[in-house]
Design a protein around this ligand. Structure first.
Ligand code: ADP
Ligand code: MG
Length: 587
């Protein structure tokens, strides 16, 4: 094929693909325009998870009627003139691409009026083909209506996730800008239901409360620091308040929500040794730097930035985090000794591999207990699969020796020493009990007083979607509207546990699973609940409790792993001990 210049429709669809990936990208761009226009109130309305309709209305400065057609033209912007200005950007937009991109993949209508103008204007564009601007009555400000997104790019539609997920992305997008601009009033509704409303009072904690609930907002710690020309402020969670993933960590640079791996690392290093493995804080951190210190033009969606002095920014974030944590929460000295350890970014089970190797030459069985011949407690392989459960393998009969570090049980078995993680073991025990009860009906216990729990819009959407499953598992939870749920009963197995906490676990650990199988969902929910209900590391157990746990573990069908696949026990075989002490082996 000879080389040809692409037709302009093709070129603009290619370009649009970079900027508009999903409905939430449209929401993001339109909100940015509204903010750049100096609006104090922004109302967003979506239907069909944004694929039917996205409407953003603002009360900003508006667009003159004779510039409407320019506004939807590619590389047309009022925010930038010279290349030098690229390093002085103070607006959220500057590429002059968003409206043109959106217009090329949807049916777009803009209605806008400047304050001083007598009458407003209206322009319609369909799949990039622009009509001409006509006079139209309108209040001051701009209304952008985007209908049938991707109607002319069906392939793109196929890449969208479930409506639930797309709605959550929209929730999260609006939430981010609401946090970044607390003095602007935001109102988001999806499918005619209000999802987020902020007052525009300028109080960030109030917005945090709207997102995470008042209880969490109250606990968040203030971050405030100024180092040279790097300003840092925001809210971070105390070490007692964590999540199982990084999704609640959000950075903003000069008001722009950004994704930045190194900033997250800096934050986590600030928490160094204070967080349990696999737990992450909630954080909203706002950095202010002189515009020339930040390159915002590195990514078509402007979701990434580059710092001129990244090391200084990194250090400042880390120090500010550390200082805030130390100021508000004394380091739990006692516990530091055992369980609190820093979660490196790629968590692996340290030294597991070496245990593996050492014990791979599994020894003979103890002659005193000949009936449990083919015991092999430590899986000898090193791949994830091999390390997992061995169907049918039972736990060896174990003799309790004691507890160490309030986290592990020591036991003697047929072939050496067994170290048992009490939390993982208890998780396994609870999990199997739950699963066996599931055959009939999981008994539930009514609360003396029903408890209401408030959630963020995004979490409540998740919970709503899971409600049926949850209620089948011994919970009795009801949607109370406005992101609030009433807990009336919890499974008997969890009796004594705080119901709000139990419910929260159900959503906060929910990853972006698209459509797992029904029984997978149930198993997942149960595993999550068990994790929460199991005894923790750091909890001292009486001799009877230790014995009972060991006994219960022996009875499970898969005693060697917790429901999440981590090992419950480590085996130090007699053979290995002998080699380690130089009593046998090659040396
Ligand atoms: P950019 O924001 O990068 O300049 P856009 O394609 O998003 O590019 O918008 C093009 C231009 O249209 C903007 O520069 C601005 O002048 C005008 N505009 C877009 N949306 C609005 C709005 N909500 N209020 C006022 N002006 C707007
Ligand atoms: Mg823009």
């Amino acid at each position: 094929m000879p080389i040809k210049i692409l037709k302009s429709e093709v070129a603009s669809q290619i370009a649009a693909g970079e900027v508009i990936e999903r409905p939430a990208s449209v929401v993001k761009e339109l909100i940015e325009n509204a903010i750049d226009a100096g609006s104090s109130r922004i109302v967003i309305h979506c239907l069909n998870a944004g694929q039917g309709l996205i409407e953003v209305r603002d009360n900003g400065r508006g667009i003159p009627i004779d510039q409407l057609e320019l506004a939807v033209t590619r590389h047309a912007t009022s925010k930038l003139e010279t290349a030098e200005e690229l390093f002085q950007i103070r607006t959220l937009g500057f590429r002059g691409e968003a409206l043109a991109s959106i217009a090329s993949v949807s049916r777009l209508t803009i209605v806008s009026k400047e304050d001083a103008a007598e009458i407003g204007g209206k322009l319609q564009v369909e799949g990039g083909l622009s009509g001409s601007a006509e006079p139209s009555g309108a209040p001051t400000g701009t209304l952008v209506r985007v209908e049938d997104l991707f109607f002319n790019v069906p392939a793109r539609r196929k890449f969208l996730k479930t409506d639930l997920t797309e709605r959550r992305h929209i929730d999260e997008t609006v939430t981010n800008y609401a946090l970044a601009f607390p003095e602007i009033q935001f109102n988001l509704s999806q499918e005619h239901k209000q999802a987020l409303q902020t007052s525009g009072s300028g109080d960030r904690r109030e917005i945090t409360a709207a997102i995470f609930g008042t209880e969490i907002a109250r606990q968040m710690l203030e971050l405030l620091a100024q180092e040279e020309d790097i300003g840092i402020n925001g809210l971070i969670s105390p070490v007692s308040l964590t999540r199982s993933n990084r999704r609640a960590i959000q950075f903003f640079v000069n008001g722009r929500p950004v994704q930045d791996y190194t900033l997250t690392t800096a934050l986590l290093q600030g928490y160094h040794t204070l967080l349990m493995a696999g737990r992450f804080p909630i954080a909203q951190i706002f950095l202010t730097l002189p515009a020339e210190q930040v390159d915002v033009n590195v990514h078509p969606t402007k979701a990434e930035v580059r710092f001129r002095q990244p090391d200084e920014v990194f250090a400042a974030v880390q120090r500010a985090t550390r200082r805030a944590l130390l100021a508000y929460t004394p380091v739990p000295e006692l516990r530091t000794q055992y369980r609190w350890h820093y979660d490196g970014l790629d968590r692996q089970t340290p030294s597991w591999g070496s245990w593996d190797q050492l014990s791979s030459t599994q020894g003979k069985t103890d002659s005193e207990q000949p009936d449990i011949g083919e015991e092999e407690v430590l899986p000898s392989g090193s791949t994830e699969q091999e390390r997992g459960e061995f169907p049918g393998t039972r736990s060896p009969l174990l003799r309790l020796v004691g507890q160490v570090a309030a986290a592990y049980l020591i036991a003697e078995g047929p072939d050496g020493l067994y170290l048992i993680d009490q939390h993982a073991a208890h998780e396994r025990v609870l999990f199997e009990r739950f699963m066996s009860q599931k055959q009939d009906k999981i008994p539930s216990q009514r609360l003396l007083e029903p408890e209401t729990v408030a959630f963020s819009p995004a979490s409540s959407r998740l919970l709503e979607a899971q409600l049926q499953d949850i209620n089948r598992l011994g919970f009795e939870v009801e949607n109370f509207g406005r992101h609030t749920f009433i807990v009336r009963a919890i499974p008997v197995l969890l009796a004594g546990m705080e119901p709000a906490g139990a419910l929260r676990v159900l959503v906060e650990d929910f990853e972006e699973d698209e459509s797992p199988l029904q029984n997978e969902i149930e198993a997942k929910i149960i595993a999550r609940v068990c994790k929460r209900a199991a005894v923790k590391a750091g909890q001292v157990l009486s001799a009877e409790e230790q014995q009972a746990l060991l006994y219960d573990l022996e009875k499970t069908t898969s005693p060697r792993t917790c429901p999440h696949g981590r090992p419950t026990m480590i085996h130090l075989s007699v053979n290995m001990l002998e080699r380690q002490f130089g009593r046998s082996g090659p040396r």
